[in-house]
Design a protein around this ligand. Structure first.
Ligand code: NAD
Ligand code: UFG
Length: 335
């Protein structure tokens, strides 16, 4: 299949491109590199020894999208492109609504025009807001608590409505939990610009000595040890989840949680990282981060039943792979 991967130079996108190429698909990436580097595409070539086409375009540019669809016979689209920082979305709501919702609208419009009927969308566990765990796909309505989450809920609704009026449109809405880890080669992984917002890249930078200590945001949640609980999933399992969704895509709208179903607290993740890698992580308990919920983890039965997919890597493997990549980063940059 010829697959257009928007945001394919980013963290999840680049790992998914590796898996798609290894399964024999042809991959065309569209990314404006606003949160990634072109070199990640070279790393995909290095890992897979396969060719991959890259367009440096903005997915909110309809004309640029048209050019790609005229140039290639696209069979399926995986739409990763988006801004993803929850805190930033509160400060810059217009940027988030424009980028994340307009990109989805235009991409869907161009797909319909070119009779491309297979669409996989990157949604998020954020759409469940503060619901009771484990989150199950049937929860409705979606009580999002920030503009970022709202862009995902809106995009889901847009795609659902389009599928309703276009019976051959096949959409998979994938709600990711917390991806961490990196490809086993250590060549690609999560390399955020500036100080990381997310827990694992913060931990790896503390381990490296780039940051002095981890701030643990609150130890008074109603959880196993008072710190926030999340469903961490290895990014390669997530990548495989996309292939499973693609292989099983049928007409209509299908929603799947992609997680492990296991909750891990911040303190448990620190301990697992220390054990897996033999490196200490100094930390300090500080106030809660505004907007954080106590617990988020998935009910994963639907993906298992309908896609035959389950996450295979454990927390230790996630910690080991994240650390291997972090240790490599400087060398990778000078190459
Ligand atoms: P990322 O920032 O590493 O990757 C996103 C990519 O999209 C980047 O390469 C960026 O340059 C590109 N991009 C953004 N806006 C664009 C535009 N208008 N045109 C072209 N390219 C554009 O993020 P990621 O972690 O790989 O996330 C991928 C998708 O998954 C996002 O939609 C994100 O919201 C969603 N998601 C991520 C997480 C997570 O924790 N990482 C969790 C749930 C959902
Ligand atoms: N945390 C800390 N210290 C830090 C960073 C995080 O204690 O420096 C804690 C948080 O309070 C939370 C947990 O670690 O309890 C995980 O926080 P992250 O920021 O790594 O992840 P979130 O669950 O807040 O959000 C992430 C992505 C969202 C995505 C969501 C669900 O940032 O984009 O997972 O998939 F939508």
């Amino acid at each position: 299949m010829n697959i257009l991967v928007t945001g394919g130079a980013g963290y999840i996108g680049v790992h998914t491109c590796v898996v798609l190429l290894e399964k024999g698909h042809t991959v065309i990436v569209a990314d404006n590199l606003c949160n990634s580097k072109a070199d990640s595409i070279n790393k995909v070539r290095q890992i897979t020894r396969k060719e991959i086409t890259f367009y440096n375009i903005d997915v909110t540019d309809e004309q640029a999208l048209e050019t790609i669809f005229l140039q290639h016979k696209i069979d399926s689209v995986i739409h990763f492109a988006g801004l993803k920082a929850v805190g930033e979305s509160v400060k810059l709501p217009l940027d988030y609504y424009f980028n994340n919702v307009v990109s989805t609208l235009l991409l869907a419009k161009v797909c319909l025009k070119h009779q491309v009927n297979r669409f996989i969308f990157s949604s998020s566990a954020t759409v469940y807001g503060n619901n009771t765990v484990p989150f199950v796909e049937t929860l409705d309505p979606l009580p999002t608590t920030n503009p970022y989450g709202e862009t995902k809920a809106m995009s889901e609704r847009v795609l659902t409505d389009i599928a309703r009026t276009n019976p051959s449109f096949s959409v998979s809405l994938l709600r990711y939990f917390n991806p961490i880890g990196a490809h086993q080669s250590g060549l690609i992984g999560e390399d955020p610009n500036g100080i990381p917002n997310n827990l694992m890249p913060y931990i790896t930078q503390v381990a490296k000595g780039k940051l002095e200590k981890l701030m643990v945001f609150g130890n008074d949640f109603f959880t196993v040890d008072g710190t926030g609980v999340r469903d961490y999933i290895h990014v390669m399992d997530l990548a495989e989840g996309h292939v499973a969704a693609l292989d099983n895509l049928t007409e209509g709208v299908h929603i799947y949680n992609l997680g492990t179903g296991q909750g891990t607290s911040v303190l448990q993740l620190i301990e697992a990282f220390e054990e897996a890698n033999g490196v200490g992580i100094p930390y300090e308990i500080v106030d809660r981060r505004p907007g954080d919920i106590a617990s988020s983890y998935a009910n994963v039965l639907k993906a298992k039943r309908e896609l035959g997919w389950i996450a295979k890597h454990n927390i230790k493997a996630m910690c080991r792979d994240a650390w291997r990549f972090e240790k490599n980063i400087e060398q990778l940059r000078v190459r």
